[in-house]
Design a protein around this ligand. Structure first.
Ligand SMILES: Cc1ncc(COP(=O)(O)O)c(C=O)c1O
Length: 304
């Protein structure tokens, strides 16, 4: 049974006031609104889930299982996708249950997902045990990899790159947040390594090799030496709000009325600001900032 999770194409909007704040030409900065992909609060994950959830349905699965951080956007959207596809969802989340369900976790519950906490145990081990237990209960689990990224699902971002090219045929840079790597890998597979600037958000130990392996597994030439990846904006770690990310959040909110999330898109915004300051993106270049969503995360970090 075919099932649709996404509302495509997402808009490509001009961002002239943000461009001026960045000292870019006002007509050269665009925002690809992949925060508006349609399902469960939007996000880049929805495009990738379209592929994996369809594969789960085709395989006759009854329950989706995936892993993530407590404020995982991917987990939230897996929960939403399961609801839409009529599948149960079990989320294996890192660490211990917090005192209160906030942000993404609140939405996981709203979408009806079951949550299992890994404690201090290895996340993928707990995921395997969870899938085994579901099988013993007569369920047919379908495991979606961390962050929803695999060479098969990264294809969704090769298609997204084609969608961008129909909206703006000539572009110099796409700036994107990098977590589990599938989004950047798909963009690189279509646009080549020179036109994609990834900003590492600290979700995996080695984002550069994660992305380059995925690009290779998609049948593309090894891009490792030429990938553009800013790994300097992780700060104190994945969950930390950095000064640079706060600056990007304030700048976009106050120039275009748009919201970035503290973990991913704000770091990507900080990567754009830095690339312009350092001359790696120049005022005349045509730049697309991929807004990959993540808004509920803003309400999930009590320290913010
Ligand atoms: C809001 C947001 N943007 C970007 C990313 C990065 O995408 P990917 O995991 O495909 O690298 C993620 C997920 O990790 C995300 O939640």
């Amino acid at each position: 049974m075919a099932m649709t999770l996404t509302s495509l194409p997402t808009p490509l909007e001009p961002a002239p006031r943000w461009a001026r704040a960045l000292n870019l030409r006002a007509d050269r900065l665009w925002i690809k609104r992949d925060d508006l992909t349609g399902l469960g609060g939007g996000d880049n994950k929805t495009r990738k889930l379209q592929i994996s959830v369809q594969a789960a349905l085709d395989a006759g699965a009854t329950v989706l299982v995936t892993t993530g951080a407590p404020q995982s956007n991917h987990a939230r959207l897996t929960a939403a996708a399961g609801a839409r596809a009529g599948l149960e969802v079990v989320l294996v989340l890192e660490g211990e249950a917090p005192e209160a369900d906030r942000g993404n976790l609140l939405l996981d519950r709203l979408f009806g997902a079951e949550v299992t906490w890994s404690g201090d145990r290895d996340l993928s081990l707990v995921q395997d045990e969870t899938a085994d237990a579901l099988r013993e209960r007569g369920g047919r689990p379908y495991v979606i990899p961390f962050g929803g990224s695999s060479p098969e699902t990264a294809v969704a971002y090769r298609d997204a790159a084609r969608e961008i090219l129909t909206q703006i045929p000539s572009l110099d840079h796409v700036v994107v947040a990098v977590g589990s790597g599938g989004t950047m890998a798909g963009l690189v597979a279509e646009l080549g390594p020179d036109r994609v600037l990834g900003v590492d958000c600290g979700a995996v130990p080695d984002a550069l090799s994660t992305v380059s392996q995925m690009v290779r597994a998609m049948g593309e030439p090894d891009p490792c030496a030429t990938l553009r990846m800013d790994t300097s904006l992780v700060g104190a770690g994945y969950g930390a709000l950095t000064e640079e990310a706060s600056e990007a959040m304030r700048q976009l909110a106050r120039t275009e009325g748009l919201i970035l999330d503290p973990t991913y898109t704000a770091r990507a915004g900080a990567g754009l600001i830095k690339a312009v300051r350092e001359g790696r993106i120049s005022p005349e270049d045509t730049t697309v900032f991929l807004h990959s969503g993540g808004l509920p995360g803003l309400f999930g970090h009590s320290e913010l």
